[in-house]
Structure formats: structure tokens, C-alpha cells
Write a protein that binds this ligand. Structure first.
Ligand SMILES: Nc1ncnc2c1ncn2[C@@H]1O[C@H](COP(=O)(O)OP(=O)(O)OP(=O)(O)O)[C@@H](O)[C@H]1O
Ligand SMILES: C[C@H](N)[C@H](N)CCCCCC(=O)O
Ligand SMILES: [Mg+2]
Length: 223
């Protein structure tokens, strides 16, 4: 057995999906914008850090999707330091209570929830991002880079998810096309390659989101 067995996916369409990745800066926000647009869903980033250096993922998704404001929920925690939520909150004297988080009512299903960084990012001294995913009880879409190094990073993340019984709807590769890597990840990771996002020649714009979103299977077709 290479990896633990993948937990079964829910039989019926769940309330939403949790977008995680093999790293920070891997393309979770770009992917979340594409999926929110494709499914005309509702985007939520519960933990935003790094606002001292960036505008934040929520306004980015709002801008890239051009969806009405009620498709975009505000972050539950918005922190300045470009660090993990646990480290940023300690610096800023903010108390995080991820154990109290529940899925918000979302006006437009499905809910697309974006993490911060990867699975093992600390939210507090007792809780990691992966524990929040388990608590919210959503299936995962894993964003990973397409090129060399992705096999190890992706299988490590899948193994962690499977060991915690977290179902994975599939992975999305981001970067220069590498069909061979996608096939290897499907085979060894027992996980579906949902889509590939190409390396765009410049910073993503709404037109890019529209074009890629048009290629995404409908939410209903995935269940
Ligand atoms: N396929 C792509 N083509 C061009 N630029 C990309 C692509 N994917 C991501 N980027 C750019 O790389 C940067 C990081 O991507 P993104 O913000 O989606 O990462 P992230 O995983 O959401 O990071 P964080 O952990 O901070 O939320 C962004 O500036 C984004 O526009
Ligand atoms: C600031 C950045 N954009 C992310 N929001 C936070 C990433 C935390 C990564 C922690 C780590 O894995 O070292
Ligand atoms: Mg992001």
C-alpha cells in the first residue's frame, strides 16, 4: 500500500468544498476565483494574514470574478503579518477560536472555502489547518504545482488528508502543462485530476478567470 485508502466522497452534493494546497502561493486564490465563477458560488477565506503586504484574497476574488457582493463573504480573521494565523495573531494580540468556526449560511451554493498556506499551517497551538478542514466536514480540492517536485508534495498532502479521513474531490495542477505528472498523481494518489491551470503570461485578469471557468464541470455533474 503506497498511501492510506482515500475516504469515500459524500454521495450527494455537500454544502461546499475546501480549497487547500501544497504550499502558500501555490494558486489557491486563483483556483478559488475560477471555481466560484464557474459554479456561481460563495467564496469565504476564514483566515487572512499578510494584509500589511497584500490586498488580501477576498478583494482579489471579488475583482477576478466580478460577481455580485453577496457571492463573497468577509474573512472571519484578518491579520497583518505575513505569517501563519497562529503566529500573526500572537504578534497582534488577537485571539483565534477556530474550534468555534462553523460553515456560514451562503446565499449562493456551493461554498468555496480557501485555506491559508498548506495543510499543516498552525491556526493555534492546538489546531492546524487540516484540523479545521476535518471540523468543517467539507471535501477538499488540492491545488498543486504541475512541475518537478509535485509528486512528493502532492502525495504527502494526500496521505495526510486520507489518514484523517478527509475526502478529496480531486487535485488541480497549476503551471506549465505536465500530463505525465498528472497521470502519476492520479495513479499513485488514487485521486482525480480535476483540471489544469496553465501558467498565464501575466497577472491573472477577469478574462482569464472567465475563460478557464468555462472549462470547469458544473458542480452538479461532480456528484
Ligand atoms: N497559473 C498562474 N499564472 C500566472 N500567475 C499565477 C498563476 N497561479 C498563481 N499565480 C500568481 O501567483 C501568486 C500566488 O497565487 P495565489 O495568490 O493564488 O496563491 P495562494 O495559494 O492563494 O497563496 P496564499 O497561501 O497566500 O493564499 C499570485 O500573484 C497569483 O496571481
Ligand atoms: C501570508 C501568506 N500569504 C499566507 N496567507 C500565510 C501562509 C502561512 C505559511 C506558514 C508556513 O507554512 O510556513
Ligand atoms: Mg490565497
Amino acid at each position: 500500500m503506497l498511501l492510506h485508502s482515500p475516504p469515500p466522497l459524500p454521495q450527494a452534493a455537500p454544502k461546499g468544498v475546501f480549497i487547500t494546497g501544497t504550499d502558500t502561493g501555490i494558486g489557491k486564490t486563483l483556483t478559488s476565483a475560477i471555481l466560484t465563477k464557474a459554479w456561481k458560488g460563495t467564496y469565504w477565506k476564514p483566515f487572512q494574514t499578510g494584509l500589511a503586504e497584500e490586498t488580501g484574497d477576498t478583494p482579489t476574488v471579488q475583482h477576478l470574478t466580478g460577481l455580485p457582493a453577496d457571492h463573497i463573504l468577509p474573512p472571519t480573521y484578518a491579520l497583518q503579518a505575513p505569517l501563519s494565523p497562529a503566529a500573526a495573531s500572537a504578534l497582534e494580540g488577537v485571539t483565534l477560536e477556530p474550534e468555534r468556526l462553523t460553515l456560514p449560511d451562503c446565499p449562493h451554493a456551493p461554498l468555496i472555502v480557501e485555506g491559508a498556506g498548506g495543510l499543516m499551517v498552525p491556526l493555534t497551538d492546538e489546531m492546524l489547518m487540516i484540523d479545521l478542514i476535518a471540523r468543517l466536514n467539507l471535501p477538499v480540492i488540492l491545488v498543486t504545482r504541475s512541475g518537478l517536485g509535485t509528486i512528493n508534495h502532492t502525495l504527502l498532502s494526500l496521505e495526510a488528508l486520507y489518514q484523517r479521513g478527509i475526502p478529496v474531490l480531486g487535485f488541480i495542477t497549476n503551471g506549465p502543462a505536465s500530463p505525465q505528472n498528472s497521470q502519476t498523481l492520479e495513479r499513485l494518489g488514487q485521486c482525480r485530476a480535476l483540471h489544469h491551470i496553465p501558467a498565464l503570461p501575466s497577472a491573472p485578469e477577469a478574462k482569464d478567470i472567465n475563460q478557464i471557468a468555462a472549462q470547469i464541470p458544473s458542480w452538479k455533474r461532480l456528484w
